[in-house]
Design a protein around this ligand. Structure first.
Ligand code: ADP
Ligand code: MG
Length: 363
């Protein structure tokens, strides 16, 4: 297993590149520590597969270096990198038994049969494939085949890392939930470095200790679930993580207060005041729906809002409000302090209200 460093890495599929948009990956520096469980999360087309293929060696980066434990592997072919990769769709030998499929990577490395049997049984057991070991892979349903692919990825204990590229795409939702948890347990048990690519935030957050969030070829934050939730470093993280995502409201700062057009000024934390006074650029106020407080009567530090809709979701009410021309969403815990058609007052607690200058968090 290895620590993986990407140093000044960038990639373009185009022969002539001039603009940043010609690049599938913008310049980045990332370190993945040995033994970690990481997720790479971002919408379709943001460059996740490209990044994974650069690590495995299927794609050579147009710029920068890939290091495994400090050793430069950028120019090495995939088969010498000691990486296991699991793809979106099953890659297995249909004519072989499940056992032989799982044993294949070990036989290739010259393992002894007794050792192979032990390891294959261990991995099959973890993936709940023990009952299927003697069957031919061709007769099995798609999700069992994908479990074989996962098993083939996990069977070698000596790999630098196991890379998963949206491996649960073909799996039905219930089994998906189980497998995600299974992979996390397997990570603990086998102590492999795992890098898991997905566009699904729930998948990323349940699987990984650390999530790398990407958009448009750029890594915008690396953090734990809590860090991504409480302190998004970029407006994209605020918007993409959470359900619904963070409220992002264009604002200005005047006289030490934030102003959303058409609303009363909002007090800034000391930190925000220091960071924003005199700052130029596109300024955005960000607050998660979970942290917006809804009050039934006017208070000095609350902003008047029109109630557009309230939906009762059992544990909370999802409220939709309008301030000036902006829509604000709030998760309101009981007792309900608002009614559709009536005014309400929203409070943005300063310690939960973040500010973004040109999409980067400043406070
Ligand atoms: P993701 O896995 O996040 O969906 P990809 O890494 O597959 O994203 O793609 C990133 C960008 O690079 C996309 O704009 C895609 O169209 C482009 N791309 C991917 N593979 C190739 C390729 N082989 N040749 C040219 N462009 C590609
Ligand atoms: Mg992809």
């Amino acid at each position: 297993m290895a620590r993986i460093d990407l140093v000044d890495l960038a990639h373009s599929y185009k022969p002539n590149r001039a603009e940043p948009q010609d690049y599938a990956l913008q310049p980045m520096n990332i370190r993945w520590d040995d033994g970690g469980a990481y997720a790479l999360l971002g919408p379709s087309g943001c460059g996740k597969t490209t990044l994974l293929n650069i690590i495995s060696g299927l794609v050579r980066p147009s710029q920068g270096r890939v290091l495994f434990d400090g050793r430069d592997v950028t120019d090495l072919p995939p088969e010498t990198r000691n990486i296991a990769q699991v793809f979106q769709f099953p890659v297995i030998y249909d004519t072989m038994s499940v056992f032989d499929n799982l044993a294949f990577p070990l036989r290739n490395r010259g393992w002894k049969e007794a050792e192979i049997r032990k390891r294959v049984e261990q991995v099959a057991n973890m993936l709940e494939l023990s009952g299927e070991l003697k069957y031919r892979a061709s007769g099995l349903p798609a999700d069992a085949k994908q479990k074989i692919s996962l098993g083939r990825g996990l069977v070698r204990p000596d790999v630098a890392a196991v890379l998963f590229d949206e491996p649960l795409t073909v799996i039905d939702p219930h089994l998906k939930w189980l497998l995600r948890r299974k992979l996390k347990e397997i990570h603990h048990e086998l102590k492999l470095s795992l890098l898991y690519v997905t566009h699904d935030q729930v998948e990323a957050l349940t699987f990984a200790d650390k999530v790398v969030v990407m958009t448009s070829g750029e890594v915008v934050q690396v953090g734990t679930a809590q860090e991504l939730f409480e302190a998004p470093a970029h407006t994209f993280v605020g918007y993409f993580i959470g359900n619904p995502g963070m409220n992002l409201l264009p604002c200005t700062v005047q006289d030490g207060m934030a102003r959303i057009a058409g609303a009363a000024p909002i007090a800034l934390s000391l930190e925000a005041k220091a960071a924003l006074t005199g700052a130029g650029g596109k300024l955005t106020l960000g607050i998660r729906p979970e942290f917006v407080e809804c009050l039934a009567s006017q208070q000095a530090d609350a902003v008047e809002a029109a109630v557009l809709a309230l939906r009762d979701l059992g544990v909370y009410q999802l409220g939709e409000f309008r301030i000036g021309s902006q829509t604000v969403v709030a998760k309101i815990r009981s007792p309900v302090q608002a009614a559709a058609g009536a005014p309400a007052w929203l409070r943005f607690p300063p310690e939960r209200t973040l500010y973004y200058l040109n999409d980067q968090r400043v406070a």
